[in-house]
Design a binder for this molecule. Structure first.
Ligand code: BG6
Length: 495
């Protein structure tokens, strides 16, 4: 069923997120017949564009970034008739009448009161000013049909996130606020819930009795991609761990939901965040590792070090790599370490979660190395591979009892091909439908900030002695390996 008649206002309409992600996603929804029968999209920005030039610019983005590259099927013209450009300055309160006028015009044209979605695809510092002007519009008092979508990073730290929540909830009802974390829209991330809670097979072993430790890797092979100005005020911990990685951790660690009600799922996730053991400032050194890349070679190409990047200070202490160890203090996970890591310019683009099982209670097989128990693990690959694999020991054919690790694999792409929607498609559809299950509630965002604040504060106050400390194309600084080695483990790099 298609969502009801909707108007989407995209602040940051001429920006990168809209160009690469939002418009390609909306166009894919259109091609798949998921867009409402009646819809309008208004890109808002300060740059001058005619509607025609704006549509041409977006088509360029779709051609480059849509999952359907090269298969536009000639429907672009139909789609683009729904797209217009509103040149306005988000700081100019008067200009917001353009928005109200457009809503009224569409209401008259369609004969129904449309859903109105405000998507704030803008730099974080612009969010408060735009949100407060939107909050003053009459249409925003309609809590059932007007929504505001706020991109990450949601705040800069716990205090600013709290203030932003206070500002938003002062003007909008919680059900109108959609705090987006695009990882939650990824098919493979959503599938974690299906794997865990639609099967009786896994849940009985999904706990401290059988699991030795869990690893979550979100490695990126790209560098800054021209976002030095943003990254220099963020760092890897803020950019990836506070949101994407902790959200994945919640999906892996949460208790079974009783229903798929948005608040039920979010309650179960926030329970996990609240149960993560707080690291004291003194312990940060033992629980977290930061890195920054040097100049070097990336797949045969020379690349500059982080401190030489545009928009970055030559003395920058910002982390382009972060790893941490968390414990979850509840019955299910007591004593099970969760190791997480992320970084720019790493050896591979690879996001995966591995559950390492404990050794078998008694190992009667001859001639096996003491390490063979490590073969027993379950890996969920989020991207670029989309699969779930179980590694176990099997007998090598022959006259001796020799064991080899083997993999049993389910591959999503083989099963679904290009039909799997991209994260932003799923999430934009959910916004139009008003389903907040995959979005973050105020308390979730703040709980995630609480988890990382001691690390952030310690890193900000104590300057790193060894930056830059990893080479492009590597797996990060030595300290990252040492973090696991201290517990007798190693990172799983290749799946
Ligand atoms: C974004 C970060 O949220 O996620 C980027 O700001 C990062 O720095 C990106 O590159 C990674 O997303 P994906 O979907 O490519 O893994």
């Amino acid at each position: 069923k298609r969502p009801p008649a909707s108007i989407l206002f995209i602040f940051g309409g001429s920006g990168d997120l809209n160009y690469r992600k939002l418009t390609p996603a909306l166009y894919n929804l259109f091609l798949d017949d998921w867009m409402p029968e009646q819809f309008a999209i208004a890109g808002i920005g300060r740059s001058p564009y005619t509607d025609e030039a704006y549509r041409q610019h977006l088509l360029d983005g779709v051609t480059k970034f849509s999952r359907r590259k090269g298969k536009l099927n000639g429907h672009w013209t139909d789609f683009s008739q729904h797209v217009n450009y509103l040149q306005m300055d988000g700081d100019d309160a008067e200009a917001y009448s353009l928005i109200t006028d457009l809503v009224k015009a569409k209401e008259a044209e369609w004969g129904v009161h449309p859903n109105v979605v405000f998507y704030l695809a803008v730099a974080p510092q612009l969010v408060p000013s735009i949100a407060s002007k939107l909050g003053g519009l009459n249409i925003c008092s309609d809590t059932s049909s007007t929504r505001i979508v706020v991109e990450k990073p949601f705040g800069h730290d716990l205090k600013s996130a709290h203030e932003l929540n206070a500002l938003l909830t002062g003007m909008f009802a919680e059900e109108q606020i959609f705090r987006i974390d695009h990882y939650l829209g990824k098919e493979t991330v959503q599938n974690i819930l299906a794997l865990r809670f639609a099967n009786a097979l896994f849940e009985p072993v999904w706990n401290r009795n059988y699991i030795d430790h869990i690893q979550i890797t979100a490695a990126e092979s790209v560098g800054l991609e021209g976002r030095g100005g943003y990254f220099e005020h963020a760092g890897a911990l803020r950019d990836m761990v506070q949101n994407h990685i902790l959200q994945i951790l919640c999906m892996v660690a949460m208790e079974a939901p009783v229903s798929f009600d948005a608040n039920e799922i979010r309650n179960k996730k926030v329970d996990v965040l609240n149960a993560i053991r707080r690291i004291s400032h003194e312990q940060v050194h033992d629980f977290a590792v930061r890195g920054q890349y040097s100049s070097g070679w990336k797949k045969g190409e020379k690349v500059v070090g982080y401190r030489e990047e545009t928009g970055v200070s030559p003395q920058s202490n910002i982390d382009t790599f972060a790893a941490a160890k968390f414990y979850i203090d509840n019955w299910r996970w007591q004593g099970v370490p969760f190791y997480v890591r992320t970084g720019k310019y790493l050896n591979q683009k690879a996001t995966h979660i591995t559950l390492q099982f404990k050794p078998a209670p008694h190992y009667a097989f001859p001639n096996e190395s003491a390490e063979s128990w490590r073969s027993n693990r379950l890996t969920i690959s989020i991207q670029p591979n989309m699969d779930i694999s179980i590694r176990f020991q099997a007998k090598r054919p022959g006259q001796t009892m020799t064991l080899d690790p083997v993999d049993m694999k389910f591959n999503y792409e083989e099963a679904e091909g290009e039909h799997a929607p991209e994260a932003y498609e799923t999430l934009l559809l959910d916004v139009m439908e008003g389903d907040a299950t995959l979005f973050m509630r105020a308390d979730q965002v703040e709980a995630a900030w609480k988890v990382i604040m001691p690390i952030l504060e310690t890193w900000e106050n104590r300057k790193p002695q060894d930056f830059p400390n990893y080479a492009p194309d590597s797996w990060g600084p030595d300290g990252s390996d040492a973090l696991l080695a201290r517990d007798g483990h190693t990172w799983i790099n290749y799946i």
